[in-house]
Each structure stands twice: as structure tokens, then as C-alpha cells.
Design a binder for this molecule. Structure first.
Ligand SMILES: [Zn+2]
Length: 107
């Protein structure tokens, strides 16, 4: 006889499977119920894994959001600049200046 659970051969005289210990003389209803429970369990595990992934992705987005927000508010200061004035107000008269773009010629 074949075990309904592990599909391995067990002699007909045995009451329990030699390999996994499942009862061999189960009624149709018992077998159906067992299979249903097994399917439900698998489904629950799949759902759990799915939500774990969703949580992981959301956490990742949140953490990277924090990081980029911090960069946005405190941009890295260039090391070669002697002084960094974040809120430098440009005088109104400066906006009148139109400096010509000069590209140096290369030989
Ligand atoms: Zn078995």
C-alpha cells in the first residue's frame, strides 16, 4: 500500500506508515480533512511570506527615504570651499549682472 502522505510503499499489514508514521487505514473524510488542513497551512505560510516581503520593501523604502531626506536638507559640504553659507542672500542688484560665458580656447 502507498502512504497518502509521503507516497512511499508500506506493507498492507502495517497500521502506520514506516516512513512518516501516518495512519494507513484512514477513511475518505479523514484523508480529505488532512489534505485540506495541509493546503490551508501552505496557504498561510505563503501569505506570511508575502507580507514579510511587503514589510521588508516598505521598511527599505522608508529607510532610504530618511537617508535621502537627510542628504537633501544637509547636502555634503565640498571640502575645497573655505566657507559654506547655506542661506546666502544674493543682493537684488546682482540679478542685473549678466556675465558672458567665456570658454577658454585650448591648443
Ligand atoms: Zn508515509
Amino acid at each position: 500500500m502507498r502512504c497518502i502522505k509521503c507516497r512511499k510503499q508500506t506493507p498492507d499489514t502495517e497500521l502506520y506508515c514506516r516512513h512518516c508514521g501516518t495512519r494507513m487505514d484512514m477513511s475518505f473524510d479523514e484523508i480529505t480533512e488532512e489534505l485540506r488542513q495541509e493546503i490551508n497551512k501552505e496557504h498561510e505560510q505563503d501569505t506570511e511570506a508575502f507580507f514579510r516581503w511587503i514589510m521588508f520593501i516598505l521598511l527599505f523604502i522608508w529607510v532610504s527615504g530618511l537617508f535621502f531626506n537627510r542628504l537633501w536638507e544637509n547636502p555634503p559640504i565640498p571640502t575645497e570651499t573655505p566657507a559654506y553659507i547655506p542661506n546666502l542672500e544674493i543682493p537684488a542688484s546682482w540679478s542685473e549682472i549678466r556675465a558672458p560665458l567665456v570658454i577658454p580656447e585650448q591648443n
